[in-house]
Design a protein around this ligand. Structure first.
Ligand code: ASP
Length: 314
């Protein structure tokens, strides 16, 4: 009998307003979520490693303009894109991450290369890009990442002097559009990946939780893989991904209880909005959020696929 395998992905949590969503946009987003989860699932079905599955899934979302990662990343105060990404493999608890990269088309692939081909876990800015170009990455112009939508968002944020997203003509503007994936492969490996453009109008080299192992990303074989999305400052302070893993490891909580306790308990009490996806060693998936929605999809250990947007969707 073949071993269970499964995958879950997210495209960000936050305020996603059904009344402002157009059928066309919703259809496009659901299509992207489906392509992403299927790309990762295919790797698993072929007997591939969980790490390659989560990278394949995240890459699809980085290539879409609908999510805040890769193409479509939000803009900094200086009208640049600066992206953060990380991966973790649960077998040896190996990890790789990059922060503040500006010219890398798929930061999630670079995070995997940092894990596999360097002695380090986290590389930042120009140094991370130097490493990338030495390893054959192409220099991608900022123009590639730029979308009109993100430019308009930045201008409205600047007028208001804000960092978090606020109301605008887009149905999902008050949303943390980070993307991520968690997977269990047929060898029993768990892996997690997270990629983001961060928060609109960020300054001073701000880095969120998405490139911080234990905050935005965590994976441990025999236990759980986690990827988060939300206001990164809270997720770093609460060590969200690592906390879910610790609750399961030390308290014996199941994946749903551990995820809900962190997201709807302690994190919410601190004022941290957002959500996470988590996958346990048997392939059970948990989607937890304390916001009105989270773009999410999964294919469970029985091969059943689900794609959802709003919190209330059961
Ligand atoms: N967590 C990300 C950050 O704070 C933002 C997001 O989830 O969209 O950088």
């Amino acid at each position: 009998m073949s071993k269970p395998f499964s995958i879950a992905i997210h495209g960000g949590a936050g305020t996603i307003l059904r009344e402002q969503m157009t059928p066309e946009l919703e259809a496009q987003i659901r299509r992207d979520l489906e392509s992403s989860v299927k790309a990762g699932y295919q790797v698993l079905a072929n007997g591939g490693d969980a790490l390659d599955a989560v990278v394949a899934a995240v890459k699809v979302l980085e290539d879409s303009p609908h999510f805040n990662a890769g193409k479509g990343s939000v803009l900094t105060n200086k009208e640049m894109v600066e992206m953060d990404a990380s991966v973790m493999h649960g077998k040896e608890m190996n990890a790789g991450a990059v922060a503040g990269v500006r010219h890398i088309r798929n930061p999630i692939e670079l995070a995997r290369d940092v894990m596999l081909n360097s002695n380090h876990v986290l590389l930042i800015g120009e140094g991370a890009e130097e490493f990338a170009f030495e390893h054959g990455y192409e220099y991608t112009e900022q123009d590639y990442f730029y979308t009109d939508r993100r430019y308009e968002q930045l201008q409205s944020m600047k007028e208001k002097g804000l960092f978090a997203l606020s109301e605008s003509k887009y149905p999902d503007d008050s949303k943390h559009g980070t993307v991520g994936a968690v997977a269990l492969d047929q060898q029993g490996n768990l892996a997690a990946a997270t990629s983001t453009g961060g928060v609109t109008n960020k300054k001073y080299g701000r880095v969120g939780d998405s490139s911080i192992i234990g905050a935005g990303t965590f994976a441990e074989n025999g236990n759980v893989a986690v990827s988060t999305t939300g206001m990164g400052e809270f997720f770093i302070r609460k060590c969200v991904a690592g906390d879910v893993a610790a609750r399961m490891r030390y308290l014996g909580e199941d994946v749903v209880t551990a995820s809900e306790t962190v997201i709807n308990g302690e994190l919410k009490a601190m004022g941290g909005e957002g959500g996470l996806i988590a996958l346990d060693a048997s392939g059970n998936i948990s989607y937890a959020m304390n916001s009105s929605g989270m773009y999410r999809a999964g294919i469970d250990a029985h091969g059943a696929m689900e794609i959802k947007i709003y919190a209330a969707e059961k």
